[in-house]
Each structure stands twice: as C-alpha cells, then as structure tokens.
Ligand binder design. Structure first.
Ligand SMILES: [Zn+2]
Length: 137
C-alpha cells in the first residue's frame, strides 16, 4: 500500500515540476519535451462521447493516476482555447505557484504582487542601494 502511495506521490511531484517548467518558460530546453513524453506516458487517456454529445478526453485509470490524468485533460482544453498561454509559474524561486495571469499586458511574473512581487522588488531595491557608491561630502 505504501509503495503505491509513494509512487503516486513521486508521479504527482514529477508532473508538477514538469508543468511548472513548461509554464515558467525558462525550463523550455531541449530536454523538456523528452522528459514530458516519458512522464506523460504514466497518465493514459482515451476519447469518449460526453452526455452532451461532445468528444472529450477521459482518464484510463482511476485513483491518483486518473485524477492527475484529469488535470492533464484540463491542460489540453486550456491549450485548445488559448487560456493556457496565460498560465504562469511564479518567478519567485521559493514559490513557483502556478497562477492565471490576468494582467492587461499578459506579462505577470508573480502569483501575488503583495507577497512574491513585493519581495522581489524589495530585494532588487536593497541590491541597488548596496551597489550605490556613497560620495563623501
Ligand atoms: Zn509566488
């Protein structure tokens, strides 16, 4: 029982890391698509006809793998409607929370300006002040 839970947790963490890297747009290197292919194989989906007559993706498995596959089907739908392009991973290295960027210009970097954004601005301000050379009078 514990081994299954550990494997599920490992897969969930791997999927979270993968999605954050993809959303951060900074982890988009040559290895990411290969890493994604390997990770996504753990979440098989099939097509089915919904009760409303729409063709949709549905997870093959149940339990945790099925729940994670359901999350991926949401990502597929968001990619199709274009809203995925507004999903971001917070630029704060100690946060990386995933959020929907509803800023006017679509250049949001932090999950919250009042926490991560403010912290980053304060850090930059302090670094700039520390670099300033004080000229004695
Ligand atoms: Zn954040």
């Amino acid at each position: 029982m514990y081994k299954r839970q550990d494997a599920d947790l490992d897969r969930a963490r791997e999927l979270r890391s993968l999605l954050r890297d993809a959303l951060a747009r900074t982890g988009l290197d040559d290895t990411l698509p290969h890493r994604a292919d390997a990770a996504l194989r753990a979440f098989p989906v099939r097509m089915r006809l919904s009760a409303t007559g729409h063709v949709e993706l549905a997870p093959e498995d149940d339990g945790v793998p099925g729940a994670l596959a359901t999350l991926l089907t949401v990502a597929v739908r968001r990619g199709a409607d274009g809203s995925w392009d507004r999903m971001r991973a917070c630029a704060a290295p100690d946060c990386r929370w995933v959020f929907y960027d509803d800023s006017r210009n679509g250049a949001g970097r932090w999950c919250s300006m009042s926490s991560c954004g403010n912290r980053a601005k304060t850090t930059r301000y302090r670094a700039r002040k520390a670099r300033e050379v004080r000229i004695p009078e």
